[in-house]
Design a protein around this ligand. Sequence first.
Ligand SMILES: Cc1cc2nc3c(=O)[nH]c(=O)nc-3n(C[C@H](O)[C@H](O)[C@H](O)COP(=O)(O)OP(=O)(O)OC[C@H]3O[C@@H](n4cnc5c(N)ncnc54)[C@H](O)[C@@H]3O)c2cc1C
Length: 445
Amino acid sequence: MGETELPVVVVGAGPVGLAAAARLVERDLPVLVLEAGPGAGTSVGQWHHVRLFSRWAELVDPAAEKLLARSGWTAPDPEQYPTGHEWAESYLEPLARVLGERVRFGARVVGVARRGRDRVVDAGRESEPLTVHVLGVDGAEQRVAARVLIDASGTWTGPNPLGADGLAAVGEARATDRIVYQVPDLADPAVRARYAGRRIAVAGSGHSALTALVAFAELAAEEPGTHVDWLLRRGQVGDTFGGGEADELPARGALGSRAAQAVAAGHISTVAGFRTASVETVEGGLVLVGDDGRRLDPVAEVIVVTGFRPDLSWLSELRLDLDPVLQAPRALAPLIDPNVHSCGTVYPHGARELAQPEPGVFLVGMKSYGRAPTFLAMTGYEQVRSVVAAIDGDQAAAERVELVLPDTGVCGGAGVFDDPDAAAEGQCCGAPAQPVSLSIGHPQD
Ligand SMILES: Cc1cc2nc3c(=O)[nH]c(=O)nc-3n(C[C@H](O)[C@H](O)[C@H](O)COP(=O)(O)OP(=O)(O)OC[C@H]3O[C@@H](n4cnc5c(N)ncnc54)[C@H](O)[C@@H]3O)c2cc1C
């Protein structure tokens, strides 16, 4: 393959990576999707039991839908709300099948560099393609040359720890047999038996935490003795429950309202202003100790849903410009930083905000948000529409905004999956991003 025909390599066959592939196919550009897991939506499949608050209409990428329609795919009812399992089974898996050999499973990307040049070397950099280092499930190492890299690898594999300073609390690593970092599937009898009749701590204040509170309140109503200590780093509950009926995504607003009712029902105690410093293992459970010295009553289990962080380790040889707070592309950060942007409502953006100093490298999807908690799939679909237009040299389409995002109906930190408790008070909303270069790097140009 000549270097002008090198593929655009997309990392991750999640919703956004596959949408990027559909956009590339639409423009007749060569694409190779590398997915570490065994199938499409591997990360989504790990939260299979969680019902999304977005309707199908907001979860199907327009270019992917066109591609699927040609294969005789029957679109799900646009007004229904799928679970993670249904999103993967009824949309992501058929989409990957239509993309065929353009998607390679069991292919973990472990590094990306400019061919023959580490990040320090300037000489000849412009004319070299990217080299993607791939590790197969059988341990085989491979190098794939790429014209452009679209990193859509998400953040699911990087959950934040319980420790309030972003590092594991003292004793946390030794206690992982009693700690899980996602919402448990209480419909599974074995999982249900683990929590039924026990005292549990739930740490976090985003949508995953609210989902967990609702699920545990239902369990507590049926299984006497079940009790939840809800740990919040912020000093008060405030607007943690979101915009309710003012939320333009009704199911997102309703989740907050159901969580508020769950707390009011009495099986949940709110522990505000609690910043976990250590985890002590005692007979039959764990004692959580705050950085102010507070010791909570022993709990049998802990659920940590305090957000995610991006894995930037395999991008270390590329020249990236990331925001020092969020680890998101610098130009995007002001639009999504929960410290300064309290609405949870984020404006659409594209190639301009996502481009990196390393030509031809884009972070998209959940990963592009770094540690910011407000990502929506439809934001990712708009990102890759713009990025692929830029790759194709269609600057007019790359600059155009074709999406209006729904308002959360609240200023102060709602609209998040796993709120890192950084929400600002009273400010609204982010400043426009500064322009950056859209150079893509065509090796033969
Ligand atoms: C519990 C939960 C509920 C959510 N609910 C909603 C909702 O209702 N509405 C909404 O709009 N959004 C929702 N989101 C947010 C977001 O839309 C989803 O997380 C979505 O899956 C993000 O898509 P993505 O493609 O960016 O990343 P992911 O879905 O995480 O996909 C990334 C893919 O990359 C693969 N990968 C990772 N590392 C590598 C590597 N090194 N090499 C190769 N492959 C790799 C992974 O296996 C995975 O398949 C929710 C998120 C969570 C966690």
